[in-house]
Design a binder for this molecule. Sequence first.
Ligand code: NAP
Length: 345
Amino acid sequence: MRAAVYSRFGGPENVRVEQLPRPPVRPDDVLVRVCASTVSAADHRARSREVPRGLGLLAAAGIGAFRPKRRVLGMDLAGVVEAVGAGVTRFRPGDEVVAMPGAEFGGHAEFARVRQDGAIALKPRTMTFEDAVALVFGGLTARGFLDQVDLAPGARVLVNGASGAVGTAAVQLATHAGAHVTGVCSGGNRDLVTSLGADRVIDHTTDDFAAGPARYDVIVDCVGNAPFERVGHLLDPGGALLLVIADLPGILRAPWRSRTTGKRVIATVGKPTAEDLAFLVDLAEAGSYRAVRDRTYDLADIAEAHRYVDTGRKRGNVVVRIAAGGPARSTPAQGSPAASPNTDS
Ligand SMILES: NC(=O)c1ccc[n+]([C@@H]2O[C@H](COP(=O)([O-])OP(=O)(O)OC[C@H]3O[C@@H](n4cnc5c(N)ncnc54)[C@H](OP(=O)(O)O)[C@@H]3O)[C@@H](O)[C@H]2O)c1
């Protein structure tokens, strides 16, 4: 099979397409013929080994110390079940699915395997593979964090980094829960974030949200520049700071802050589940959750996709098209030419 592989940490030029054997199918595995995946912030981190302060050792344990432990990146996928292991009862060949292999990676290849008890669900019938895959990485992360707080209707939620993969998902999920949402992004992304449901948008290039008088019940930091020291005073008592990205000191101090300040600081998230993914799929099918897709690249142009993600300015998700056009049963892809901006969002 064709797969995007890397064998040393560094820049996008280290990723190239090669032939690899298909992953063997174990008894609980679902083997998926991958139609689309995304190049995510996590792929950027795993490829470059650029991780927040203090997390180098942990990263080495997860992704490798000197060489990558897993040669194929790609934390998410949308595709068609090709084969299942002897113990698989929930899926069968031909099913159209979305899945998050997560830290196992492997999505940037023609075939990838996911455990049947992992985060895998039938794909929304209303979406192309390329749109459907854009629900997975940001959607599951945002849900994993937001699920740890009580989002009552009318709750005031600020999403810092509202135009990225996790931010666009957090804005949509908080809006769906009935929250009053403030999004922080650059001015060029104001319309996007508003269209996803934000009631108010703050342009971080001209205004410092931490200096304003507004108070919030929940702050979601998807940028890494909103530690408790900077934004804790914006939270009302009982409020919560969700650190989607934090350095080691921020992670270690979170439980202590929660015990001593009357405000919760949450810096960890559980493993995504099939139920979480099915929740996102249901929302999408009901028209209450939108795929936010920035550029789409063919697998052959994977290094270009990494280069674009490395800018740190992508809007939502950067999609990699793997099986051209998908299987005959799929909805035709709404796409743009390879390696060209797609303005779905
Ligand atoms: N804890 C976890 O399990 C977990 C899971 C997933 C991701 N993460 C981490 O969470 C972070 C966000 O992930 P992502 O996928 O959403 O990243 P992303 O899609 O690459 O984020 C890109 C967005 O960040 C925005 N941005 C950059 N600087 C900003 C600033 N100063 N203020 C506000 N927005 C800014 C950009 O908006 P503008 O161009 O408009 O500025 C752009 O739209 C990453 O660091 C990732 O590693 C953690």
